[in-house]
Design a protein around this ligand. Structure first.
Ligand code: CA
Length: 225
């Protein structure tokens, strides 16, 4: 059973989120403001945090940054009130793994939570390390080494890089990436894919000889010198 922390100051919405996630077998704790969220994260060590951006005490972005430091392995899904707000938050790259706009569709929420918690099934079927020039992706050990240095990646960043590396030099479509790395029944926005690509590009570095190329409206391609 996964431990979930729902941070939402609107009691009615909070209870709705809590009960639908509990119904799907998760152990859910509810926090009504930023400070209790941080306390809850310290004591309960959640696997996933659903975090509302608009909180009465602390800014949701600040809570996200602090949560990331407290629980580096927790998946953080931010809830934003409007699509425009989501664009701003995504641009800030505060360390969230995913974003959902309100009003939240419960089926979508449950599907996304399941997709994030599903780590046992690797997105890539390769056995040994994928060796591409100076880049080595060790699928079994979930390790990435570039120019002899290990790169720290979030779980979905790793899955995404491994999936692209499996077909390096070829385009992998957005649909394939969403289905293989996240979930075959992904609902709604695929902005989370672009956020993960941006994070990967930053971590791989500009001069690494390792580039993720955007093919607009189609997908992404990993090129390694
Ligand atoms: Ca709120």
């Amino acid at each position: 059973m996964a431990r979930l922390l729902v941070v939402e100051d609107d009691a009615e919405i909070g209870e709705l989120l809590r009960s639908s996630l509990a119904l799907h077998g998760h152990d859910v704790t509810l926090a009504a403001d930023g400070r209790s969220a941080l306390d809850g994260a310290r004591t309960a060590a959640p696997d996933l945090v659903l975090l509302d951006l608009g909180l009465p005490d602390l800014d949701g972005l600040e809570v996200c940054r602090r949560l990331r430091l407290l629980q580096p392995d927790a998946v953080i899904v931010m809830l934003t009130a409007r699509a425009q707000e989501m664009d701003v938050v995504v641009g800030l790259e505060v360390g969230a793994d995913d974003y959902l706009t309100k009003p939240v569709r419960l089926a979508e929420l449950v599907a996304r939570v399941r997709a994030h918690l599903r780590r046992a099934e690797p997105a890539v079927r390769a056995d040994g390390p994928l060796e591409l020039g100076e880049l080595s992706v060790e699928v079994g050990a979930r390790r990435v080494v570039l120019h002899g240095e290990e790169i720290e990646l979030r779980p979905k960043e790793f899955d995404l890089l491994a999936r692209l590396a499996e077909e390096a030099g070829a385009v992998v479509t957005r649909e394939t990436l969403m289905s293989d790395v996240w979930d075959e029944h992904w609902y709604g926005s695929t902005k989370t894919l672009d956020v993960h690509v941006a994070a990967l590009r930053r971590k791989l570095g500009e001069a690494s000889g390792c580039r993720i190329v955007t093919l607009r409206g189609h997908g992404y391609r990993l090129d390694v010198d």
